[in-house]
Design a protein around this ligand. Structure first.
Ligand code: F6P
Length: 482
């Protein structure tokens, strides 16, 4: 066992995640080599702000690209300038680019993501060969870099909340370095059931579970994923684990940030995009089926399009009277399978438009360039929200659209999304693989009487905002006595 380190930093609360709250771009055109900083949003960012500027908190994250690496080189001890981070203390780790790529693309996104979302086409994949073992060594090194940085930054008895599948090994590594710390791990993904999790080589399955069990508290977005984790522990580590370990299992269902969303959704840039979108939709009485996703394999965008096509076949009365507004924003384009999937989304959308479109009606309005203001505009215009993932940790879009939609929307929701646990009762629920069933659900949602739609939407919004990001984050700290 590694020898415990004495505390050298003084942080009382630490967050660790692969993606940090800021990212940098080198502006090629700028001769002075100026860095352009972009601040991200999301649950963790608003969660961390809940503990206030006086709290001594440090966020440890990885440099993801060249801009980030350059920023770390310019920053003393990897601590980013406060002016860039809105005052937050952020330590960014410049992990060797090849090690990072093997850990992030080669293991986290190509293996762990695929296992937890059950995305493999199993006749040919996965293949756990020597190349995989080489990448696994990088995943270990990447987790070690986080554990060492956290051990350095944390004050005596500090609370550390480690986020997600990128960092499954870090809790145990950190525990070895700093037994005094209170450590939590939070999984933002689903957790695979044992039969699927055990596609992984046995030693690696055990290492991942034991890594998380190095934490005092292992938390998930829903009870279903927490139960699957416990089932995997039983199957891989033995029937007494985790009950005989010191790790408590928790569930904290991250909700939507109603105050922020409602305010942001009524700013002038959103109004402007609503006007543009209305023009693209055409026809004042046309209904909208809205979806907004990263172009992520698990989001099931292609089957969503196929179900929409089926709707137009089975219910021709909806032709010219509905538009599918689909925003599919770029994600993980370093992986060939994501690039292929993106092309397939575009191809199927084009096919529907050329087969069914008329002079005054484009059945699918597809946008692929990320634009948050335009997403909010679509949320406001939504009559029906389509959220049909194959499998999803939570799916915040399912929670956000009912909060923002102007007239109240109907929600067509996959039973495989974490959000189903909280929203299922007022949604029109679908099996995400069933195209005919999804088409019928869309028809039902479109035909839902306005009064029922508004009532359901009100209840959906209430359930969606039950645990806003700040409260969700404080719950994680509270579970560790922080
Ligand atoms: O769902 C897990 C998660 O880490 C989310 O928190 C996040 O939205 C998504 O994956 C982003 O992935 P990436 O950082 O690879 O773009």
């Amino acid at each position: 066992m590694a020898s415990p380190l004495a505390s050298t930093g003084g942080a009382e609360v630490l967050v660790a995640s692969n993606r940090g709250p800021v990212s940098y771009e080198v502006r090629a055109a700028d001769p002075a080599g100026a860095l352009h900083v972009k601040r991200g949003g999301g649950g963790l960012v608003s969660g961390l702000s809940a503990i206030g500027p006086d709290a001594n908190a440090v966020w440890v994250c990885a440099a993801l690209g060249d801009g980030d690496r350059e920023a770390v080189r310019r920053a003393a001890g990897g601590r980013l300038p406060a002016a860039d981070t809105g005052g937050q203390q952020v330590r960014m780790l410049d992990i060797d680019a090849d090690v990072f790529s093997d850990a992030y693309n080669g293991v986290a996104n190509s293996v762990l993501w695929f296992v937890h979302h059950m995305l493999y086409q199993t006749p040919l994949e996965p293949v756990f060969d020597a190349e995989f073992r080489r990448r696994w060594a990088s995943y270990q090194a990447y987790n070690r870099a986080f554990a060492e940085a956290l051990a350095e930054e944390a004050g005596e008895g500090a609370v550390v909340v480690v986020q997600d599948y990128h960092l499954a090994l870090a809790p145990r590594m950190l525990r070895r370095l700093r037994p005094d710390l209170r450590i939590g791990h939070f999984s933002h993904t689903p957790w695979a059931p044992p039969d699927y999790f055990r596609l992984l080589p046995d030693d690696i399955a055990a290492e991942l579970l034991s890594g998380i069990l190095g934490a005092d508290h292992a938390a998930f977005l829903t009870r279903r994923w927490a139960d699957a984790f416990v089932d995997c522990c039983h199957a891989v580590l033995g029937p007494g684990i985790p009950s005989s370990s010191d790790t408590r299992i928790g569930v904290h269902g991250l909700g939507a940030d109603a105050d922020f969303l409602r305010k942001r959704a009524h700013e002038p840039d959103v109004d402007e995009r609503m006007r543009a979108l209305r023009e693209e939709i055409g026809g004042a009485d046309r209904r909208t089926i809205v979806r907004v996703d990263r172009t992520e394999l698990s989001k099931n965008i292609v089957r969503g399009l196929l179900a929409y096509r089926q709707l137009l076949d089975d219910h021709p009365e909806w032709r010219e009277r509905v538009v599918h507004v689909a925003f599919a924003y770029p994600s993980r384009q370093d992986l060939a399978v994501y690039r292929d999937y993106t092309a397939e989304v575009q191809r199927v959308a084009d096919e529907i438009n050329s087969a069914y479109g008329t002079a005054g009606w484009t059945p699918v309005v597809l946008h692929v360039k990320d634009d948050f203001a335009r997403s909010l505009a679509a949320y406001r215009l939504a009559d029906v929200a389509l959220v049909n993932p194959i499998r999803d940790g939570m799916n915040l879009v399912a929670k956000e659209i009912p909060v923002v939609s102007d007239e109240g929307c109907a929600l067509v929701l996959s039973r495989e999304a974490g959000a189903y646990e909280e929203l299922g009762e007022d949604a029109v629920v679908v099996n995400p693989y069933d195209i005919g069933g999804t088409a019928e659900a869309l028809a039902r949602a479109l035909a839902m009487p306005a009064g029922e739609r508004a009532e359901r939407c009100k209840r959906l919004a209430a359930a969606a905002t039950a645990l806003p990001p700040a409260a969700w984050f404080l719950e994680q700290l509270g579970a560790l006595g922080g």
